[in-house]
Design a protein around this ligand. Structure first.
Ligand SMILES: [Zn+2]
Length: 453
């Protein structure tokens, strides 16, 4: 990485905060900024294992050492060589103690300023977890809280930088302020989707965690560490499935990174791939809301579509089905919002139109970052399926004969994908991928998209 792993956004939302809330936020931004120094020590794009492991050690040697010392493959240790040349694991909170003390001090100062008692406690627990490495306690406490307008996440969380084992978590932090209007839209969607889901589940199925899913849209003030590098538009934490089932999860949509993506990719793609006359029915504001709703529909659906053994059955095809089924299921679930007049047909159309545009943005991202091929393949499945079924047509760009056809096709595909996730065999997945996942559908539009590639 060449530039500093910190991105600051200017958010008007900060003006709505009280004087003491502003002071809290300033401290938290300082803490977030300070954590980037640790991330810089972990990150190294020249090596698959970044700096988590010594550079002169093979994957096999690490696996062998981990047999005697489990800490070697803990998500929260740096692996080094001792004087005798043996591999040892040093916990993050020991290795980075100096920097972490500074960060924790800033977080505790913020805790003293805030007038919200629960939030103060949360910050205390977060600061302590940085110092003692007990991240689970901190996550559990956080999930037990009611949503609060200021959002602060910090710690070793995402594994994307460990391309060797996908195990080591890199440090990141963000500070956000809730966008109340959009958050209430997400909550309406979530409640409808969750209650729609309940109707189709057998009473014996364990669904308690459905009540514990929280979702919010945040104006972000700062991204630091890994998240500044990847510029996620959303997150769903905690990553640990066991914790999630017991204590729920919190989905956050990051408005500034979403806005950047919409303006730079989703909206230009819409103009590049849809037929001219068809485009006229969809003004930019409607499309933007449609695209944002795709983001949260995807995240909400992920939490509803977990089958314990699907990874084992589908093997390397699992990520393809995992991602696309979340996106497709999300759009399907909008049917119940339409029935109850919570959204208009036009709004649902915008969600479907932007589903197609976003498919292409996964393809353009894949051209730059081949490791995310499972997203491009998943969306190729959807587009090829729609074309084959006659739900969309391609003549001077995409259009649909009528909205209903596409919606019916989405319903069919959602059911097929879920069946593969739930009970499908490896051969089922392979067959489906061979039949539908060709990226040629995207390639055909390459000339239209040359400014974006
Ligand atoms: Zn996903």
């Amino acid at each position: 990485m060449t530039k500093k792993p910190i991105i600051k956004f200017s958010a008007k939302a900060i003006r709505k905060l009280s004087a003491s809330e502003k002071r809290v936020v300033t401290k938290l931004i300082d803490a977030a900024e300070a954590i980037s120094a640790i991330y810089e020590q972990q990150e190294n794009s020249n090596y698959l294992g970044a700096n988590f492991y010594p550079h002169d050690v093979t994957k096999e040697e690490i696996v062998k050492a981990a047999r005697h010392n489990k800490a070697i493959l803990s998500p929260y240790t740096m692996v080094e060589k001792n004087k005798k040349g043996e591999l040892i694991a040093i916990p993050y909170h020991v290795k980075f103690v100096k920097q972490l003390e500074k960060v924790a001090r800033l977080v505790k100062e913020a805790a003293k300023i805030t007038q919200n008692h629960d939030f103060a406690k949360r910050l205390e627990v977060q600061a302590n977890s940085l110092l003692d490495g007990n991240y689970e306690t901190s996550d559990i406490y956080w999930l037990s809280l009611k949503p609060y307008k200021i959002n602060f996440v910090i710690g070793p969380i995402e594994r994307y930088d460990d391309k060797l084992f996908f195990t080591k978590c890199a440090y990141q932090s963000w500070v956000g302020i809730m966008d109340e209007q959009r958050t209430s839209d997400t909550t309406v969607f979530k409640n409808y989707i969750v209650s729609g889901r309940r109707k189709v589940l057998a009473p014996s199925e364990k669904v308690d965690f459905l009540d514990k899913i929280q979702i919010r849209v945040d104006d972000v003030l700062i991204f630091s560490g890994l998240i500044a590098h990847f510029m996620f538009t959303s997150s769903n934490l905690p990553n640990d499935v066991g914790l999630m089932e017991k204590h729920g999860s919190e989905i956050t949509i990051f408005k500034p990174s979403f806005d950047i993506k919409f303006n730079a990719e989703h909206h230009p793609i819409f103009h590049a791939i849809f037929e001219g006359k068809f485009q006229q029915g969809y003004p930019i504001d409607v499309l933007k809301m449609g695209s944002l709703r795709n983001s949260y529909l995807h995240e909400i659906s992920h939490t509803l579509l977990r089958y314990r053994d699907s990874e084992r059955r589908l093997k390397e095809y699992f990520p393809v089905f995992d991602e696309i089924s979340a996106s497709i299921y999300g759009v399907k679930a909008c049917g119940s919002l339409l029935l109850k007049d919570v959204i208009s047909q036009k709004e649902l159309e915008a969600i479907m139109v932007m589903f197609v545009a976003r498919a292409f943005s996964w393809w353009t991202s894949y051209l730059k970052e081949p490791s995310i091929i499972h997203y491009a393949q998943g969306f190729a499945i959807a587009l090829n399926y729609f074309l084959e079924s006659g739900a969309i047509r391609e003549a001077g760009g995409f259009s649909w004969p009528n909205f209903t056809k596409l919606f019916v096709s989405i319903n069919e595909l959602a059911d097929t994908l879920e069946r593969i996730l739930a009970v499908g065999t490896y051969e089922d997945a392979q067959h489906f991928v061979e039949k539908y996942a060709s990226l040629e559908i995207f390639e055909r539009f390459r000339p239209n998209l040359k400014k974006l590639i």
